[in-house]
Each structure stands twice: as structure tokens, then as C-alpha cells.
Ligand binder design. Structure first.
Ligand SMILES: [Zn+2]
Length: 456
């Protein structure tokens, strides 16, 4: 099928690639054969059936690199910080997944919502229950979404209803990995999922790191999200130099490791993570919602860290990656503005000499970080996410050879003057982020299969 629309894709170097009258040729296997100017494609492939989608745009599907499927039902419950929020809202919700019918229904709603919002790759935490995890995989298999999922692992300091035996947790996780990792030509993959260090023993973490290595599977966990959590890790692992060292000692850091949040990491921790090739997954709305802090996104990027973007439902209130991209830009702008304000205050202190001012500015982390742009945020939600998963050859952009993971977007939904002529791509993208509307996603395709259509 040759789709005709305005094509917009990341180019890999923080710029956009576009074809105003573009064509996307997808073969029977759901692979992108060609992408470019429509006329040239039509001439090169005269027999291809054409689907004219103008005035809609085609963009690559979005990659949500960190979220919690069982928490979808308790999103947007405000008022608490991480540790009390987990105990009050999250653990009771996760305990309900003992019933695998509850789990299957929740998975169906969850993936359907993601597809409707333009997310084609879903990386998610499940619960500790192996049967519920199996049902979630089955739902992902059925609905067509690309998914990396994992049964949560917790063998210490978890509520009784969710506490696991170390050996059983490892065995059940490995069985799920053997069943699902690589299923359907790699569309479904497994992530060993220790929730975070405060609820995992060293034995569990070392065991799962070895298993993930054996199977070429992923590891996903949380790191350095809130100050309370970091203190807890210090109490529980007094021998470790810092939070990152706990995971490093267990052998958990590597290019297939996804570390949620990473807000309060020290310079040396960042260096260890960068060298390991692990990815920091930025979840700006969650960070704002549960008062965790503002991740220095620009700084982490300029240091060469691999960074992806995610909704972190239910810490984040929505599964919509458009709003998340906007939130990444806004959090970055807020951080920039605060740094500027504090710098001005320092300048106003009488008698503060040059050297002392420099030292205080350093201690307060007042280096000016330019805010990230919508085009950069779009890269985080597409190509960078694909790279973080080692799936750059499969998804993340509209380049030939990749699977046809794409979305059809109606730009008129976000334009108050819907009659105006086509705007420059950067301006259009900016509107899609800041004024996102679920009704702008007309259809979502994964590997060429239409998995969502508005009104269908
Ligand atoms: Zn999370």
C-alpha cells in the first residue's frame, strides 16, 4: 500500500525530515519499502495501490519507555510523595491483579488507550503475579502493539500480599521470558523488572541480571526518583557508595537496561551509567505530580547519556506521549527559569566576590541549561526510545527497511485557524505537543497493521 500524506520524521540529529506531499510504501509484511516525495514513489512503484490520506500527516509511532499497566486505574490521585503514595494507592491496586481476569481486562484497556493516543511501542511494568503477566502478554499479542513487558519482582520489604520468595520470583520471571521474549518476530519482548532496590535483595538482583544476560532480555527498574527513596537505599545498602553502585554491583547495568527517572544522580553515578550504555527514562509529568523534582534533561543529554521519554502511569496522570513531550519541554523551561532567578539573586548579594560566587553557583547547580525544544522531545519519544531498546532498525522513524509503525494525524485538530495553509513542520510539531487532542490521532499502525482507527 502506498500512503499519501505529509510525512514527518526525526532525522537522528535533532532535526526533522519531511515531505509535504509524501508517500510511504508499505509491503505485505508490514515493512517500509520506500518513503519520500509522492510523485517519485508513484513513478517508481506504478502498480502500488494508493491510499490518499491528505490533509493528514504521517508520523512515526511513539515509544513510551516506562509505565505501569496495573496503575492505570489509579492515575491522578494527588497529594503524596513516592513512598507513601506507593503504600496508599499503588500496592492495593496491584494486589487486585491476583485475579487474572482483572489483569486481562486492565491490559486490554491499557493497550487500547495507548494505541488510540499514537503509542506503538509500550514498555511496561506488570505486577508480581505470573498469571497476570502472561495475560498481559496475550493481550499485547492480540491487539498488535509492540511491547516490552515484565513481571514485577519484590522479595524484601514489600506488603505481604505482594512479597515474593527470591527463588520463585527468579524462576517465574525466567519462565515468562522463555515464553514471550522474541515472540512474533520480536514484536513482544521481556524485561526483568525488579521494582527498585528498596524492595529487592542483592541475591534477587544478581540472579535476574544473569538471567537477562542469558536470554538477551531487558532489565527495567527505577533509580534516584525521590529523596526519601535515596535515603532508604542508603539505609538498606550501607556498603554501596551510592544508589547506582547497588545496581552496578548486581551486574544490572548494561545497554539493555532502562532506569526510570534518574533525577538526583551525582556526577560519578552519571558516568557509571553512561559507560554502561544504560538509558535514563525521563518521566516529567510523574516527577511533577509526585513532587520528585525536575530532572536536568539538557545536562544529561549534553553529557552523552542515553535518555528516553515515558508517561510513568500511574505516577504520571496520562498515557498520552504528546503531553509528555510538552511536559519535558516545560520542565526544562522551568528549570532554566529557576536557575536564572537564583543567579540574579546571587548577583544581588553585596560583597560576594567572583570566586565565592562561582563556588556557590556550582554548589547550587546554577549552570544555565538551555531548555529542550519540541523537536528534541519528539526525538526522545521516537528514535531515542528505539535506540534505548536496541530497536533502531525496527522502529522509531519512517525510514525504509523499518517496520511500518506509524500514526495518521489530523493537524487541523490542534490549529485554532484550521483553514490556514500548511505550516512549517517545526511549528506544526510544536502545536501537536502543546495542544494535543486525542481526536487528532486518526489511525495507528504497527508493522503495517491498523491497530486503531478513530471512530472504528
Ligand atoms: Zn515507574
Amino acid at each position: 500500500m502506498l500512503y499519501r500524506a505529509h510525512l514527518l520524521s526525526p532525522d537522528g540529529s535533532a532535526r526533522l525530515k519531511e515531505f509535504a506531499d509524501g508517500g510511504l510504501l508499505v509491503d505485505e509484511a508490514g515493512r517500509i519499502v520506500d518513503a519520500g516525495a509522492f510523485e517519485a514513489l508513484e513513478a517508481a512503484h506504478p502498480g502500488a495501490e494508493v491510499m490518499d490520506l491528505r490533509p493528514h500527516w504521517i508520523l512515526p509511532g511513539l515509544i513510551d519507555l516506562h509505565s505501569h499497566l496495573p496503575q492505570f486505574e489509579c492515575v491522578a490521585l494527588d497529594g503524596l510523595e513516592l513512598m507513601p503514595w506507593l503504600e496508599t494507592h499503588i500496592f492495593p491496586a496491584e494486589a487486585r491483579f491476583r485475579d487474572s481476569e482483572v489483569a486481562a481486562r486492565a491490559a486490554r484497556d491499557y493497550f487500547r488507550s495507548q494505541l488510540a493516543l499514537g503509542t506503538t511501542t509500550s514498555v511496561a511494568y506488570l505486577t508480581v503475579h505470573p498469571e497476570a503477566a502472561d495475560r498481559a502478554f496475550r493481550e499485547a499479542e492480540r491487539c498488535g502493539i509492540r511491547a516490552v513487558l515484565g513481571k514485577v519482582m519484590m522479595d524484601m520489604h514489600a506488603p505481604e500480599a505482594l512479597l515474593e520468595d527470591t527463588g520463585a520470583s527468579l524462576r517465574q520471571s525466567e519462565e515468562l521470558c522463555e515464553t514471550w521474549h522474541g515472540r512474533d518476530g520480536g514484536r513482544l519482548r521481556y524485561a526483568f523488572t525488579p521494582r527498585f532496590a528498596p524492595v529487592c535483595s542483592g541475591e534477587l538482583m544478581a540472579g535476574l541480571a544473569r538471567a537477562a544476560q542469558r536470554h538477551g532480555a531487558y532489565i527495567q527498574t527505577h533509580i534516584s526518583e525521590s529523596v526519601g527513596e535515596i535515603e532508604r537505599v542508603r539505609e538498606l545498602f550501607p556498603e554501596a557508595a551510592d544508589y547506582t553502585a547497588v545496581y552496578a554491583a548486581a551486574g544490572m547495568l548494561g545497554p539493555r537496561t532502562l532506569l526510570g527517572h534518574g533525577i538526583h544522580l551525582s556526577r560519578s553515578e552519571r558516568e557509571v551509567i553512561r559507560e554502561s550504555g544504560a538509558t535514563i527514562v525521563h518521566c516529567p509529568r510523574s516527577n511533577e505530580f509526585i513532587k520528585s523534582g525536575i530532572m536536568p534533561l539538557r545536562r544529561w543529554l549534553s553529557e552523552g547519556l542515553s535518555v528516553g521519554l515515558a508517561t510513568d502511569v500511574g505516577g504520571g496522570p496520562k498515557l498520552d506521549m504528546w503531553g509528555e513531550m510538552a511536559a519535558a519541554c516545560n520542565a526544562s523551561k522551568t528549570r532554566w527559569a529557576l536557575q536564572r532567578l537564583q543567579g540574579l539573586r546571587l548577583d544581588g548579594v553585596e560583597g560576594l566576590d567572583g570566586e565565592l560566587r562561582t563556588r556557590i553557583a556550582l554548589a547550587l547547580d546554577l549552570d544555565q541549561d538551555d531548555p529542550v525544544t519540541p523537536v528534541e522531545a519528539f526525538h526522545l519519544a521516537t528514535l531515542h526510545g528505539a535506540r534505548a531498546l536496541g530497536l533502531e532498525a525496527e522502529t522509531g522513524s519512517l525510514d525504509p527497511g523499518k517496520d511500518a509503525d506509524f500514526i495518521v494525524v489530523d493537524p487541523r485538530r490542534v490549529d485554532p485557524a484550521a483553514s490556514r495553509a500548511v505550516e512549517p513542520a517545526e511549528e506544526m510539531l510544536s502545536r501537536l505537543l502543546y495542544r494535543s487532542d486525542p481526536a487528532m490521532i486518526r489511525a495507528t499502525y504497527v508493522r503495517g497493521r491498523r491497530c486503531h482507527a478513530l471512530g472504528a
